[in-house]
Design a protein around this ligand. Structure first.
Ligand SMILES: Cc1cc2nc3c(=O)[nH]c(=O)nc-3n(C[C@H](O)[C@H](O)[C@H](O)COP(=O)(O)O)c2cc1C
Length: 219
C-alpha cells in the first residue's frame, strides 16, 4: 500500500487539520512530547505550525526530525500539554530511523524528517515533514466512542487558547472560552462522573482560574 493510502487509513485527509502528539529530544537528550495540529498535503507530506516559543519547535529545528504519535487518549493530551508532572521516561522508546523518541502506548507512530521550515505569522513557524516510516501497533484494539474523551481534548485546546488570550489581554474571547469549558464540564460530570475525564475537567478549570487570578492580581 502506498504512503498516502496508509495515511488515509490513519485518518489523515487532504487539507484537514488533525491532532496528534509530537515527540522530540530536548537539548539535554531528554524526551519531550506535546500535542500539535497536523495537515497532510497531496504528496503525503505533513505540515505542523508550532509557536516558536515551544520546546517542540526548538527541538525540531535543532534535530531536523520528529515523531508523530497517533492516539485519542485524553489523558495523554492533558499530560503532554501541561506537563504538571514529568512525563515518565519509561513511556518513551528511541525511534528507529530518526533522532527522536516515540510514545509506546499509542496506536501508531510516524518517524519524520524536516523538509522545510519557514515563518508563519508573527510567532509561529510552518514545518514541512517527510514521513520516513509508519509503525502500527499490533496490539491495537478497537475502542468505543466516548464523548467525554473528546470533550476533554476540546477543553484542553480551549485552555491553551485561554492561556494565550490572557497574555494578550483579550478578555472577551477568553470569557467566551471559559463559558464553553464550563458547559463541557457539565456534560462530562453527567456522563462520566468520578472518572479520569471528570478529574481532568476539574483540574483544567482550577488551572484556568489560577491563571486568571494571577493576571488580575497583577492588573
Ligand atoms: C490538541 C492540541 C493541539 C495543539 N496544537 C498546537 C499547534 O498546532 N501548535 C502549537 O504551537 N501548539 C499547539 N498546542 C499547544 C501545545 O501542545 C502546548 O503549548 C505545549 O505545552 C507545547 O509544549 P512544548 O513547549 O513542550 O513543545 C496544541 C494543544 C492541544 C491540546
Amino acid at each position: 500500500m502506498d504512503l498516502i493510502n496508509k495515511l488515509h487509513q490513519l485518518g489523515f485527509l487532504d487539507n484537514v487539520i488533525v491532532e496528534a502528539i509530537i515527540s522530540t529530544y530536548n537539548l539535554n537528550g531528554e524526551p519531550n512530547a506535546a500535542p500539535m495540529g497536523i495537515i497532510m498535503n497531496k504528496e503525503g507530506q505533513l505540515l505542523i505550525r508550532p509557536f516558536i516559543n515551544t520546546r517542540t519547535y526548538q527541538n525540531i529545528v535543532r534535530n531536523g526530525c520528529a515523531v508523530i504519535n497517533i492516539t485519542s487518549k485524553a489523558e495523554l493530551y492533558y499530560q503532554t500539554t501541561f506537563k504538571d508532572e514529568k512525563i515518565p521516561l519509561k513511556w518513551f522508546e528511541s525511534a528507529k530511523l530518526v533522532n527522536a523518541p516515540y510514545l509506546k502506548h499509542v496506536d501508531a507512530h510516524l518517524e519524520t524528517s524536516v523538509i522545510n521550515i519557514q515563518q508563519y505569522g508573527k510567532d509561529r513557524a510552518e514545518i514541512l515533514l517527510k514521513v520516513e516510516m509508519i509503525d502500527l501497533k499490533d496490539e491495537c484494539i478497537p475502542q468505543v466512542y466516548c464523548r467525554a474523551n473528546f470533550i476533554v481534548i476540546e477543553s484542553i485546546i480551549h485552555a491553551t487558547r485561554i492561556q494565550a488570550f490572557l497574555s494578550q489581554k483579550r478578555f472577551t474571547e477568553l470569557e467566551r472560552l471559559m463559558e464553553m469549558i464550563q458547559y463541557y464540564n457539565g456534560i462530562v460530570q453527567r456522563i462520566a462522573p468520578n472518572s479520569i475525564y471528570s478529574t481532568i475537567m476539574l483540574n483544567l478549570i482550577e488551572k484556568v482560574n489560577g491563571w486568571k487570578s494571577n493576571i488580575k492580581g497583577r492588573v
